[in-house]
Write a protein that binds this ligand. Sequence first.
Ligand code: IVH
Length: 670
Amino acid sequence: MEAKKRIEELTNIINQANYEYYTLSNPTLTDQEFDKYIRELENLENEYPEYASPNSPTKRVGGEVIDKFKKIRHRIPMLSLPDVFNEEEIRAFDERIRKSGFHPEYVCELKIDGLSGSFHYEEGNLITGATRGDGVVGEDITHNVKTIRTIPLSLKDKIDIEVRGEIFMGRETLAVLNKEREEKKLPLLQNCRNAAAGSIRQLDSKIAAERKLDTWIYHLPNPEDYGIKTHYEALKFMEQLGFKVNPNNRLVKNIDEILKFIEEYQEKRPYLSYDIDGVVIKVNDLEMQSELGYTAKHPRWAIAYKFPAEEVLTKLTDIIFTVGRTGRITPNAVLEPVIVMGSTIKRATLHNEDYVIEKDLKIGDIVSIRKAGDVIPEVVEAKKERRVGKELEFQMIQNCPICGSILEKKVGQVDHYCMNHLCPARHIEGLIHFCERKAMNIDGLGEKIMEDFFNLGFIKSIPDIYHLETHKKDLQELEGYGKKSIENLLNAIEESKKNSLERLLFGLGIEGIGDKTALVLAKKYKTLDALALQSEEELRKMKDIGSILAKNIHDFFEHVDNIALINNLKDLGMNMNYLGPEEKYNENISGKRFVVTGTISFMSREEIEATIENYGGNASGSVSSKTNVVIVGEKPGSKVDKAKELGIEIWDEAKWSTIYNSLNDNPKQE
Ligand code: IVH
């Protein structure tokens, strides 16, 4: 009993010291005192493992190793914000809100350049930490989150709560880490965001712990549960619970104050200890936020102003050509390495011959390079006044740089193509595409490894991927490939056979079929065989398929090599059926446009909207002549008046309740 009590006591002392040191930057213990308490706690936990908590502060140093990331479905989707790039767009945002009849106050926050995370607590204890993922399903990173010192392992109040914020790496931490890596001859981490993202995706939490990640918390998904009325209050509330909330957040009254905040932080940006890439502007009043609502991707009550892209000068030392999986030839700028927005740029795409001619680029030119956030770097222009007369004219090639065959330019298109189906470059690009995340999603078979395996002769075709198992021993002996990593790779390959049809369909690389079209086709035809049997006319009838796509799909399934490939994959046990959810049908909902306003007692607005979308309806935030139904709960906004004015059908809570209760799993009738 004594031990249990002392463990609790030590946990509290250490958690408090951690909070004071890391979150408040106000240490109260010396390092020696802190270490002494940690050692005492570790010893007690070893002696009495039955009293050791999974959330013990001794876990901060890591040690937990997982074999793969579990998926976590977010109870409320994690949305991103619409980007705006200038004053005009900020004014338009404000005007749109005012037009809806509001007089908003805003909260301006720094847009932290890291990755967003969600942190769940039950009875005050940290239960899970998750990445954003695709916004609906993220990855379970709890083991690594426990190593982030500014994330409390237990809260001052023993409540259930989810908070969200940015996980990031400070600039100084990155500098120290890169210095160590340089000494060990390891590749350097390019910027704070990449470093944070890479660190949080470690299976071994010891590595994440060494990376010294940090957080700024900025979002409370369920403020109503705590009686909170404004976003600013929510920030204060989270701060009081022990989270690290950015002290630069500012409540502002009007657009001028927003612009002042932006200007101020554009100037302060270089002196901050962490990277920011803009300013987030949020409507402060939560009722107003909920009235404004959401689009499928974004809230309508917030925007992210992105700082202008940084431009730097460098030398264009060469233009080289690459061959894509469709045979398309791309000219690429080879640049004298230069750092833009924290990452080193050595290459930039020049798209096609016309693009280079239009920009009048010559080899040897001094060019300006621009990069904004995630955007691929681009060559803005050649500095013609810096020319010395020795620059070389750009010459488009006439033969494929890999196989030498004559290039063709299709009528009416700007691109040149290598038409040789057996060209190794096309081939390898196709194989990389097959494995990529949105296709078969084979973790561990990225560009670099595929190139290695291709060059070593292990993979020459798609079926070879599924025969890699027979080379297991050889692969495990390759330099740079551990036993475990090959084991994981082979498992991922085997798992990929179970993918739903749309992934295979996208992976096959039929020209013009992106992941979205692949999903539409998979949902409609359910099996690859059924799709293969469709005529061009039949395919063209689909909303998303034009005549070029219909022809591409049809031609693909006519080709003997492709039929052979499909049969081969079938023999290897590849699933060829659509496995995703059926689109549900309900005559009251499907195909109609809805607006939900006010509070329905038994469901949140997000849940109602999700139900509508699930049944093939559309949920939007504003009433227009296109709206079919407005669902009206308690305390509705001005939207009801507008609906009445336009003579739109109105459902009250009782009506929605009847329809909701009548829903079952009717498959879509056609
Ligand atoms: S609010 C619904 N606030 O920027 C609320 N996001 O596209 C959504 N970010 O995914 C987020 N700093 O990763 C918010 N102060 C801040 C932020 C912030 C950085 C990131 C976040 C989000 C992206 C916006």
